[in-house]
Ligand binder design. Structure first.
Ligand code: ASN
Length: 351
């Protein structure tokens, strides 16, 4: 059901899609935080009425803690944005912080040729608490979603992004780095798209251009994927348990440093067998800064030879969702590999 969140002067129209998260939570009898409906956000945020925009709200489903988000939720979110695309100037997705970076990255891939702003935001402290960050985050996220270029009047940030603690970050570059402080997110290997001080300052050169083609909301994600996190002490049996999972089509290989991995024969053999079965392996570094350079060290050169794809400076959140997205396109193997190496939505820096 779609209801106006506030009654005010329509000029720009923004749709809030409420999915849950701490922003709208309250304590239950056992003292645990549980998601509540949007009503309490509406009650606690009278300032929503002061914005010079029409703000409507809709729910994705029952509000959830974002630890429960699924790939199906991402598809429903993409379908909802597509359905409402012509009716609103921008979108704000209220979401829990725990998996917000994954959801924002997934949506960035699903929404091809996005010409409007989709901003994910939420809070570390519920809206009903005196020291909440919900107000700051939501009000400015709405302003970011409504932002236009002053001269041309066109959409300022035609991207899926994430606004938190005064920073607007590209969705597929975001990472949750903090669970106790207000600065929950960081932009990895890419500058923020905008900063909210007294004025909203946009980093226009870093923002993707408006697309020439109309929106295409994809409706498929491959779920037969996994993340193999390397650590010294990983055994062959444990590695094979992951790589030999029935139906596996792709895995993010979380490697060391600049994309390095062991050279032990059993390790090489397990990887070679996986790629031989057609499993796509995407090499992503455990380091938060820097990039994968396969071949810089001997301990990564063989990965290229066996067909492991270098993930450049991608985040693990963007890597796994990109894999899910690209594999679901069901292209020929060579094209799939090409797409994984390409910068599709600003998620990697090609040198
Ligand atoms: N557990 C919460 C969630 O992700 C955390 C938050 O929103 N701050 O839904």
């Amino acid at each position: 059901m779609l209801v106006p969140a506030v009654e005010n002067r329509p000029q720009t129209s923004i749709l809030i899609i409420y999915t849950g998260g701490t922003v709208g939570m309250a304590y239950n009898k056992r003292g645990e935080l549980v998601p509540m409906n949007f009503e309490q956000i509406r009650k606690k945020m009278p300032e929503l009425r002061q914005l010079n925009m029409q703000v409507d709200v809709t729910n994705l489903g029952d509000p959830i803690d974002s630890s429960n988000v699924t790939a199906q939720d991402w598809l429903r979110l993409a379908a909802l944005i597509e359905e409402k695309y012509e009716h609103y100037d921008g979108f704000v997705v209220l979401h829990g912080t725990d998996t917000m970076a994954y959801s924002a990255a997934a949506l960035s891939f699903l929404l091809e040729n996005l010409g409007k702003t989709v901003v994910f935001t939420g809070a570390q402290v519920p809206v009903g608490r005196i020291r909440t960050d919900a107000r700051r985050n939501l009000v400015t996220a709405l302003e970011m979603a409504a932002a236009r270029c002053s001269t041309a009047g066109t959409v300022r940030v035609p991207e899926v992004c994430l606004f938190f603690n005064d920073q607007l970050i590209r969705g597929n570059r975001a990472k949750k780095v903090e669970s106790q402080q207000y600065n929950a997110f960081r932009s990895e290997n890419y500058p923020p798209l905008a900063e909210a001080g007294i004025e909203l300052e946009f980093n226009d050169k870093q923002i993707r251009p408006l697309p020439a083609a109309p929106l295409r909301a994809h409706q498929q994600l491959e779920e037969n994927v996994t993340i193999v996190h390397l650590f010294p002490g990983l055994t062959e049996r444990m590695l094979r348990a992951q790589l030999e999972a029935p139906g596996l089509r792709g895995a993010v290989l979380l490697t060391y440093g600049a994309g390095n991995a062991p050279t032990a024969p059993w390790f090489l053999q397990a990887l070679r067998e996986a790629t031989g079965r057609g499993v796509l392996l995407l090499n992503v570094s455990q380091c938060e800064e820097g990039r994968v350079l396969q071949g810089r060290y001997e301990t990564s050169a063989y990965l290229t030879e066996m067909g492991v794809l270098g993930g450049a400076d991608i985040t693990v959140e963007a890597a796994i969702t990109k894999l899910m997205f690209v594999l679901a396109l069901n292209e020929k193997p060579a094209r799939t590999r090409e797409l994984l190496l390409q910068d599709l939505r600003g998620e990697i820096t090609i040198l």
